[in-house]
Design a binder for this molecule. Structure first.
Ligand SMILES: [Zn+2]
Ligand SMILES: [Zn+2]
Length: 291
């Protein structure tokens, strides 16, 4: 049995030729958890997410659920693609479940409204499509996340509040499977809600920005990002406090190589954390083992 993390998109709002937008896949199942018989949870749906999912051998039909950490545009740009592609290009009958903070239902309703013309064209043109894309939204604040019957079941999902103010609410998710657990923090500064979610977990996927570099960029728009993200050092402190053994960085700003080498990022974290630190290009995959 395997619980694995695949960094589908390690980018940020800044378009990059080789980094998709924020998206992380959590897979759980037999052997290496790569096949359709595993449960696959998509955390955030940034730019290019389905291209990266295809590169990992999966498609929209394989997603057990989509979990959104917050409603910043870079984390949801391709949610419309996931919704439409699952509806039109696959034959799954299971509704797409989207879990997210309060406000997610409204955003999904607006995405669907923007797709109205497309939805009409496809229903008119394909006889077997007789209804709108089946999507159900579950808004969460904290605690156990219950998926509808028949969906998931092998992985226990818990949600906790994070701190990405003024983006409110924002949440992180914890996935427990066969005695192994991983937390996806999303964008947040260190906070009690994340500490609680991480307690006793094995791995933490944390978005990070190099504050030491950004602080020296004389542009207010960049400076504004400093107070609501974590640096690699801060993410490492959160991981160390919780007894995590594998820390996985994603959402690199500024991204390597411009923002330094991967070893530079690892060194910043290693000053605060004894465990292993993982980061890499899109599709970097880490299999999580128990403490
Ligand atoms: Zn954000
Ligand atoms: Zn972000």
């Amino acid at each position: 049995m395997t619980l694995a993390v695949t960094l589908l998109g390690t980018g940020s709002p800044m378009p990059a030729p080789d980094r998709a937008g924020p998206a992380t896949l959590i897979s759980a199942g037999p052997e290496s958890a790569t096949g359709p018989d595993a449960e696959h949870y998509l955390v955030d749906a940034g730019r290019g997410v389905l291209m990266r999912l295809a590169a990992s051998g999966l498609g929209a039909q394989n997603l057990t659920a989509v979990l959104i950490t917050h409603l910043h545009s870079d984390h949801i740009t391709d949610l419309n693609d996931v919704i439409t592609t699952r509806w039109v290009m696959t034959f799954t009958e299971t509704p797409l479940t989207i879990v997210g903070p309060v406000g997610t239902q409204q955003v999904v309703d607006h995405i669907l409204a923007s797709l109205d013309p497309d939805i009409e064209y496809r229903i008119a043109h394909h006889q077997d499509l007789d209804d709108r894309p089946p999507v159900q939204v579950i808004e969460v604040t904290e605690g156990v996340v219950e998926l509808p019957g028949g969906q998931g079941g092998k992985v226990a999902i818990t949600c906790g509040q994070t701190d990405h103010k003024p983006v409110e609410p924002s949440v992180g998710f914890r996935f427990d499977f066969e005695g192994v657990s991983v937390v996806a923090a999303g964008d947040t500064i260190p906070c009690a809600g994340l500490d609680t979610l991480c307690e006793g977990a094995d791995a933490l996927v944390h978005t990070v920005i190099r504050k030491d570099i950004i602080a020296n960029i004389p542009m207010q728009r960049m400076q504004d990002t400093l107070d609501y993200h974590s640096s690699p050092e801060e993410a490492a402190q959160t991981a160390a406090k919780a007894g995590i053994h594998t820390l996985i960085y994603t959402h690199y700003v500024p991204a390597p190589p411009m923002g330094g080498t991967y070893d530079d990022w690892r060194e910043l974290g290693a000053a605060h954390f004894d465990g292993s630190i993982e980061l890499g290009d899109d599709l970097h995959r880490v299999e999580i083992t128990s403490n």
